[in-house]
Ligand binder design. Structure first.
Ligand code: GAP
Length: 417
């Protein structure tokens, strides 16, 4: 089972925070609505979208070891036969062990209803975008939006990738965060450039190293079947530069195809200009799981502190899985009770962690490794003046804050970070 991953207790928080920040940055605008469309859609949708015809990779099989490879990625692939350990697949190619290249459709199939025949065949969506296109007029008319406006969605997508690799980079099940912005065709360039900047700035605003971010413009021969212009936002992963997000000018390709296959007009009528037209679509399509991986590796630091190694994840406070940890210095003298009270108060609005085990230095290190931005310590002074120590993860500086102000203090720190 390659290409399917489970997220643990901290991972699921980080992923949820990334998705939540994306959702807020787009759907809290007045010109973007959110939806949640179904994963299984009518098979005609995938004919209209061009996925049945075009969503394929060239594939070859080795007649000897039966392994399957992408014909255009043979350079890096290794032979699947254990007896030939360390042998490159390209060598088998030279020796004529491969079948001719065949086109392999990347969509997963299943059957709807009790009968497993071709008439009941449906597909798991390979992108969330199509759920937005088919709902375009429903959303437009019910929300009374006018172009330029957008529809956003976060959800799972499935691709039967031939070769999965690089951890979360290429998986068979992943999550996308997609937004389709519907514009008057005469304004497509303006909005393409606008979204390109907004999306790059989004990654930067969460502290991603700007030197590890770049645009990659698609040449004409790289463009997907639906795109007039496309640019990727790439991150420099440990294995090299890779796409995190694509921004595409999809023209009226999708709406015109869905109009044709459904027999229903998807044209928008502009009351003010009396113009009737099919909007062009500027798409921003980010991988939630790929962004997750980029935020994770970008945050990872190893450093030396007082002769000891410290591993720290410098997550932006808004993305950090746990926002604050509460430590009573010792398990006596009333400190645990005060700590528990602070914890209960913070828990109303934040994911926090209470820890009273072991040396406080150890507890700090554990939180550094999880990327927790603030640690609150209840100590002897607390029992005298009702203040606690707040230690900041990156600078390791400490400040004394009164207990009555602690929740507001932490919330404000996260909010303004
Ligand atoms: N609706 C347009 C679309 O789906 P795409 O470039 O095929 O475009 C968009 O995919 C984003 O989805 C990519 O930038 C990437 O972040 C993510 N993605 C695509 N395939 C993926 C895979 N196999 N594993 C993880 N993420 C993937």
């Amino acid at each position: 089972m390659n290409g399917c991953w489970d997220y643990g207790p901290l991972g699921v928080e980080l992923l949820a925070n990334i998705k939540n920040e994306w959702w807020k940055s787009l759907t809290y605008r007045e010109d973007i609505e959110g939806i949640d469309a179904s994963i299984l859609m009518h098979p005609k949708v995938w004919e209209a979208s061009g996925h049945i015809e075009n969503f394929t990779d060239p594939m070859v099989d080795c007649k000897e070891c039966k392994a399957r490879f992408r014909a255009d990625q043979l350079e890096d692939a290794m032979c699947g036969n254990k007896a030939f350990k360390g042998r490159k697949a390209s060598k088998c190619m030279e020796e004529g062990k491969f079948t001719e290249a065949r086109q392999f459709n990347l969509m997963f199939k299943t059957f709807m209803g009790p009968v497993e025949d071709s008439g009941a065949e449906v597909f798991l969506r390979p992108e969330t975008a199509q759920g937005i296109f088919v709902n375009f007029l429903n959303v437009q008319s019910s929300s009374r939006q006018k172009p330029p406006f957008g529809i956003a969605q976060i959800g799972k997508a499935f691709r039967n990738e031939i070769n999965t690799k690089n951890f979360l980079f290429r998986t068979r099940e992943f999550e996308q965060m997609e937004m389709q912005f519907f514009v008057n065709p005469s304004e497509d360039k303006k909005w393409f450039d606008y979204w390109k900047e907004i999306r790059m700035n989004w990654f930067r605003s969460f502290g991603m190293n700007p030197e590890k971010l770049r645009f990659h413009d698609h040449d004409k021969d790289e463009l997907a079947h639906y795109a007039k212009e496309a640019v990727d936002i790439e991150y420099q992963f440990p294995f090299g530069w890779g796409e995190m997000e694509g921004i595409h000018n999809r023209t009226d390709f999708d709406l015109s195809r869905h109009q044709e296959f459904s027999g229903k007009s998807l044209k928008y009528f502009d009351e003010s200009t009396k113009e009737k037209y099919l909007p062009y679509i500027i798409e921003t399509s980010a991988g939630a799981s790929r962004s997750f991986m980029a935020f994770l590796v970008d945050a990872y630091y190893e450093e030396e502190v007082k002769g000891e190694q410290r591993v720290v994840l410098r997550f932006h406070p808004k993305l950090a899985p746990v926002k604050a940890a509460i430590f009573p210095l010792v398990k006596k003298d009333g400190m645990p009770e005060v700590g528990r009270k602070i914890e209960a108060d913070l828990r109303n609005s934040l994911k926090v962690f209470y820890d009273d085990k072991g040396a406080v230095g150890r507890r700090y290190r554990r939180q550094d490794e999880a990327g927790t931005p603030y640690c609150i310590t209840v100590d002897t002074q607390t029992m005298e003046d009702d203040t606690v120590t707040v230690r900041e993860r990156d600078s390791m500086e400490q400040e004394r804050v009164s207990i009555s102000k602690i929740t507001g203090y932490i919330l404000n720190k996260i909010h303004t970070a």
